[in-house]
Ligand binder design. Structure first.
Ligand SMILES: [Zn+2]
Ligand SMILES: [Zn+2]
Length: 140
């Protein structure tokens, strides 16, 4: 059996389960993630839709449709930002690693939108930096 991990929001209203391994784990330094999560950057793990199960909280889970056609899922009760999906990554859900219980077996392998990191929270130097218009082009 493949390993599964659970996760939840602060109040526990929204609970989910993901099946490992994640397709990727990466830090995102874009302005939208920074603002949505109130944090220097957000560490995301990407899963295929079929690797993700919402256990509870369908009625509590709110979705914010962004200007970029993406959807950000958060708990309407406690406000925890949790999920991201977009037509750019159709069939995938990106889960904020911070709301997963326990450690993923995988560590982040890249910093995306690294050129948008603010000076008060630079992208970690020990990971490959990606950026440019798409956010994922290799940069120095
Ligand atoms: Zn909650
Ligand atoms: Zn981002």
């Amino acid at each position: 059996m493949k390993k599964k991990l659970t996760g939840r929001c602060s109040c526990g209203g929204v609970k989910f389960e993901v099946q490992l391994p994640a397709k990727f784990v990466a830090h995102c330094h874009c302005n939208n993630c920074r603002r949505a999560h109130g944090a220097g950057f957000v560490t995301w793990a990407g899963f295929k839709d079929e690797q993700f199960v919402l256990i509870s909280g369908r009625e509590t889970l709110n979705e914010y449709a962004t200007e970029t056609d993406a959807t950000r899922g958060f708990c309407g009760e406690c406000g925890s930002p949790m999920f991201f999906s977009s037509p750019r990554w159709a069939g995938e859900i990106h889960v904020a690693v911070a709301v997963i219980d326990g450690d993923l077996e995988q560590l982040p392998t890249a910093c995306v939108y690294a050129d948008r990191a603010p000076n008060w929270c630079p992208a970690p130097a020990d990971l490959p930096h990606r950026g440019g218009e798409s956010g994922v082009e290799p940069i120095a």
